[in-house]
Design a protein. Structure first.
Length: 101
């Protein structure tokens, strides 16, 4: 379901599949090497990794990496995250509770 929604945002199924595959590779790499994530200096506890023309924004919780959002690199990342921060904080708490179960 989620993959189909992503595919609908791209010009073609092939283009969408290319990005989905790139994100899958990114997530696999981060799972093996979480140290590749770079911190956002002005926002505590958020980490990033670039995939094609996108920035994956994550946080660490215990031994897990939680993906919070994916932002196109052409956007002003800090302004976008500043608007999202209250929602992201709530989502992190929900994800932490799920991880603790």
């Amino acid at each position: 379901m989620h993959a189909e929604r992503i595919r609908s945002r791209f010009d073609s199924k092939t283009q969408a599949t290319k990005y989905l595959d790139a994100f899958d590779r990114c997530f696999a790499l981060v799972e093996l090497e979480p140290g590749i994530l770079l911190p956002i200096p002005v926002i505590d506890n958020l980490l990033t990794h670039c995939v094609e023309s996108y920035v994956v924004v994550c946080t660490k919780w215990k031994v897990n990496v939680l993906v919070l959002t994916i932002v196109h690199a052409s956007r002003d990342l800090l302004s976008h995250l500043d608007r999202l921060l209250p929602t992201l904080k709530s989502e992190v708490e929900i994800l932490k509770k799920r991880q603790d179960k």
